[in-house]
Design a protein around this ligand. Structure first.
Ligand SMILES: C[S@@+](CC[C@H](N)C(=O)[O-])C[C@H]1O[C@@H](n2cnc3c(N)ncnc32)[C@H](O)[C@@H]1O
Length: 234
């Protein structure tokens, strides 16, 4: 078992190519939101191993720019994806602006509220006028549920689910069968996230609440949502 807060800074292997269905569904929904931008420049901010690009390689092929604080995983992602996509490692010195920015499952990694606000402000500056930001994350209202692929310390009753405690650290247990990987995520309420983004200057384009596409009966929730997807415009 891995249990460390700085998980993302040191881990290279977690995101292997085999992913459970509901996450692939989230990736596909994100690129479908971007598709009307055509073959443009899209920045994947916190790209991890580049699995969004890999799993959507047959439906969307823009110029993907990859960015991650973990430079090892970034290099690995760029090497791995080179076979399927035009991918570039994001270089801030180029002062490039993007038609679209993806921020998938990254908000929960950022511990501090001010750092998250600073990151959203940076993303706002990196977007072209009229550009889109897609944020995919675990649904904040259902973090005390068990879903196909993951559950939390709230689900396991190791911790009280204090919905209105912004930046509340919790454990996420990941893995379809064994749930053998665990790391610390940070919870924020829906209103915190939306109001933060609106205050920065984004306009809300759509919210999608994604259904659990898992197959195992005990963790399948047709009426509760594991992931939420915000699409915003500059
Ligand atoms: C849960 S993984 C998600 C990876 C990928 N977006 C996906 O959905 O498959 C979170 C990633 O965000 C990166 N990350 C965390 N904080 C970041 C930050 N402040 N700036 C850039 N990347 C960050 C981590 O290194 C990690 O690779």
């Amino acid at each position: 078992m891995v249990e460390i807060e700085e998980y993302w800074m040191i881990n290279n292997d977690f995101f292997d190519v085999k992913k459970e269905d509901s996450l692939i569904d989230l990736y596909k929904r994100i690129v479908l939101e971007m598709q009307d931008l055509g073959g443009c420049d899209i920045l994947d901010y916190g790209c991890g191993a580049g699995l969004l690009e890999y799993h959507t390689r047959n439906i969307y092929k823009p110029n993907f720019y990859l960015h991650d604080i973990n430079k090892q995983i970034l290099k690995k992602a760029a090497d791995f994806l080179g076979e399927y996509h035009k991918v570039y490692i994001y270089n801030p010195e180029e002062k490039r602006k993007f038609h679209g920015i993806i921020f998938c499952l990254v908000d929960v990694c950022i511990k501090n509220n001010q750092s998250l606000i600073d990151t959203y402000e940076e993303i706002f500056k990196l977007l072209k006028k009229g550009g889109k930001l897609c944020i995919g994350t675990t649904h904040p209202c259902f973090r005390d549920e068990s879903f196909h692929g993951f559950e939390t310390s709230f689900t396991r009753k190791e911790q009280r689910f204090e919905y209105f405690t912004e930046s509340l650290p919790f454990k996420l247990y990941y893995g379809v069968d064994s749930r053998s990987i665990q790391f610390i995520d940070h919870h924020r309420s829906l209103s915190f996230t939306l109001n933060t983004l609106l205050k920065i200057g984004f306009t809300l384009y759509s919210i999608k609440e994604i259904k659990d596409t898992g197959v195992s009966i005990d963790s399948f929730h047709s009426q509760k949502s594991p992931f939420i997807l915000f699409t915003l415009k500059k």
